[in-house]
Design a protein around this ligand. Structure first.
Ligand SMILES: Nc1nc2c(ncn2[C@@H]2O[C@H](COP(=O)(O)OP(=O)(O)OP(=O)(O)O)[C@@H](O)[C@H]2O)c(=O)[nH]1
Ligand SMILES: *[C@@H]1O[C@H](CO)[C@@H](O)[C@H](O)[C@H]1NC(C)=O
Ligand SMILES: *[C@@H]1O[C@H](CO)[C@@H](O)[C@H](O)[C@H]1NC(C)=O
Ligand SMILES: [Mg+2]
Length: 243
């Protein structure tokens, strides 16, 4: 004996499914607008994201290997999300961007000159994604961490390691992003078709004409120097004051 469903049953199932979908989107939309409580950790592989993640969650860094999946946990109401730097996985940051209060881009301040091209390519895709956020939504703050500051050797008596780490990371990234701006990048192609105007993600205002984070049009950029060996206080203080 076969039970063939009646048209009424099919119709009511369909209605139920559609209602569920509508409710789901309603709730997730509200969530996007109401609580942007995500601190999104991004950046190249080996820069120290998972070390920072466990320092924030457990109060100390635990031994890590390169991450192969996104991990997330809460400090009070802030959800910290650790996105692997692996090229095949790093784009998963986009899933969390609508909920992000801050996008943290972690850079190893000691190896940044060697890894400048990779770091800038990665950062460029994040700048593109932030610039693509609809104007109706608030922009996340971009926190660029000059990380592993404990390994920086202050060569001159006047400079402290914090300033040195930040200056180094900022200068190198700005130079490399400026280079990408001129070469036309390879990033941002996915935005074609939406409208024909391709957003570079690197748009700046101001007279200089070169890429400067201070003049970037995608929102606030804050530089902090951190280390899990000495102190991540600059980051935790920012979170306490802003989230
Ligand atoms: N000296 C020093 N080493 C650090 C610091 N933070 C992280 N490290 C080391 O850097 C290495 C990489 O750290 P991870 O946190 O695993 O790097 P990651 O950014 O999560 O890398 P992926 O998961 O591959 O994206 C580890 O050996 C850490 O012990 C720091 O502040 N100072
Ligand atoms: C990292 O990988 C090595 C070699 O595969 C392994 O011996 C070690 O236990 C791993 N460490 C962690 C923390 O997963
Ligand atoms: C994810 O984070 C939690 C909290 O720090 C930790 O206990 C767990 O081992 C992590 N999982 C993975 C797969 O790294
Ligand atoms: Mg990791």
């Amino acid at each position: 004996m076969t039970l063939s469903p009646s048209p009424q049953l099919l119709l009511s199932s369909l209605l139920l499914a559609l209602t569920s979908i509508a409710i789901f989107f309603f709730i997730s939309r509200r969530k996007n607008q109401a609580q942007r409580n995500v601190l999104l950790l991004t950046g190249p592989s080996d820069s120290g994201k998972t070390a920072i993640f466990s320092s924030l969650i457990h109060g100390h860094a635990i031994p890590t290997n390169t991450s192969m999946q996104v991990n997330s946990s809460f400090i009070t109401t802030t959800q910290v999300v650790d996105v692997p730097g692996h090229p095949r996985l790093r784009d998963q940051f986009k899933e969390f961007l609508p909920l992000a209060k801050a996008v943290v881009f972690v850079v190893d301040a000691n190896t940044v000159s060697r890894n400048a091209a990779v770091a800038a390519e990665h950062l460029h895709s994040i700048l593109d994604a932030i610039m693509a956020i609809p104007p109706s939504q608030p922009l996340p703050t971009l926190l660029i961490l000059a990380h592993k500051a404990d390994l920086i050797k202050a060569s001159s008596i006047s400079a402290d390691t914090t300033t040195l780490a930040i200056t180094r990371v900022q200068t190198i990234l700005e130079r490399e992003l400026e280079r990408r701006r001129h070469s036309g990048g390879g990033v941002g192609v996915e935005s074609l078709g939406e409208d024909s105007e391709k957003s570079s993600g690197l748009d700046c205002h101001g007279p200089s004409g070169t890429f400067k984070f201070d003049n970037w049009e995608g929102g606030d950029v804050v530089f902090l120097a951190t280390s899990v060996k000495t102190s991540i206080a600059p980051l935790t203080e920012w979170v306490e004051e802003n989230m």
